[in-house]
Write a protein that binds this ligand. Structure first.
Ligand code: PAF
Length: 281
């Protein structure tokens, strides 16, 4: 595996391989890699001749400076995981390499990016689109892989690709969970052992709500989730929304959508965790 830090080195390597007719896959990450990332990376390696994984903690998508400072940075361990997965290039640029000058571009995909995370983290998706569009321009992948755990991010990136005519395929990959159900997240490393147990109620609540939803209305299911998280020790619900999985707009009745998803964000102590579950479709 080649570990490269500059756009020039990455593109030199890719140009040579592309000249041989090789296909290129990209997995954008912010590092602190876990088995969830590994599932995306393995799929990228399996489906493309050349696999590029970017490891870059993107400052423009953090609306909270503290969150940016606390974000785990584990490049050495990340490279070991990527090497074991068979990655061709680990691309670990500096902030100056990606943003030699401030990125003043504005991305707006309303109403996809104004709800849920977009409402609670102003500017977050603008930053995500800034960096992902730069990575697409730099790498020019045939395919790019994103996790369904960041459900809203995936929908917005699909829309960006559609509107900007990026000639690539976006592949969404299923959430990877611990055996007890907790969705894998780089942020889980910040949970104490006690918080790790408390956080488990998030996925448990979502699974229980899926059974509950089979015989209850959208409003009742909404209340079920809210009550369950309110009753759980150590958790504070930021939002839970039952949405149409394509438009991300709230649904009032199950018949309102062919594809219905519940998206949740919960604070466990200081750690902000997200998860989602499909109810229909
Ligand atoms: O999902 C993430 O880790 C980040 O938002 C991404 C897509 C790598 C952009 O920085």
């Amino acid at each position: 595996m080649n570990i490269v830090h500059t756009i020039k080195d990455l593109q030199a390597g890719l140009t040579a391989l592309r000249a041989q007719g090789k296909t290129v896959g990209l997995v954008p990450t912010m590092g602190a890699l876990h088995a969830g990332h590994a599932s995306l990376v393995k799929r990228c390696v399996a489906e493309n001749d050349v696999a590029v994984v970017s490891v870059f903690v993107n400052p423009t998508q953090f609306n909270d400076k503290n969150d940016l400072a606390q974000y785990p940075r584990t490049l050495e361990a990340d490279c070991q995981l990527l090497e074991a997965c068979g990655v061709t290039f680990a691309f670990a640029p500096s902030v100056e390499e990606i943003y030699p000058e401030p990125d003043t571009r504005h991305f707006s995909y309303a109403p996809l990016d104004t709800v849920m995370e977009g409402a609670f983290r102003p500017g977050h998706f603008n930053g995500v689109c800034q960096v992902v569009s730069k990575l697409f321009d730099i790498v020019k992948p045939d395919r790019a892989y994103f996790g369904e755990k960041d459900f809203q991010q995936l929908a917005i990136i699909r829309e960006m690709v559609r509107q900007m005519h990026f000639p690539l395929e976006i592949i969404g990959c299923p959430i990877v969970r611990e055996t007890d159900g907790l969705a894998l997240s780089s942020r889980n490393t910040r949970l104490s052992a006690e918080q790790r147990q408390q956080a488990l109620r998030i996925s448990q609540t979502l699974f229980e709500s899926r059974d509950y939803a089979a015989t209850h209305t959208v409003a009742e299911t909404q209340k079920f989730v809210e009550d369950s998280i309110a009753a759980a020790q150590g958790l504070r619900l930021e939002y839970f929304e039952l949405v149409d999985g394509n438009t991300l707009q709230k649904i009032a009745k199950w018949e309102d959508a062919d594809y219905a998803v519940g998206c949740i964000t919960v604070f466990c102590g200081e750690v902000r965790l997200i998860d989602n579950i499909k109810y229909k479709g």
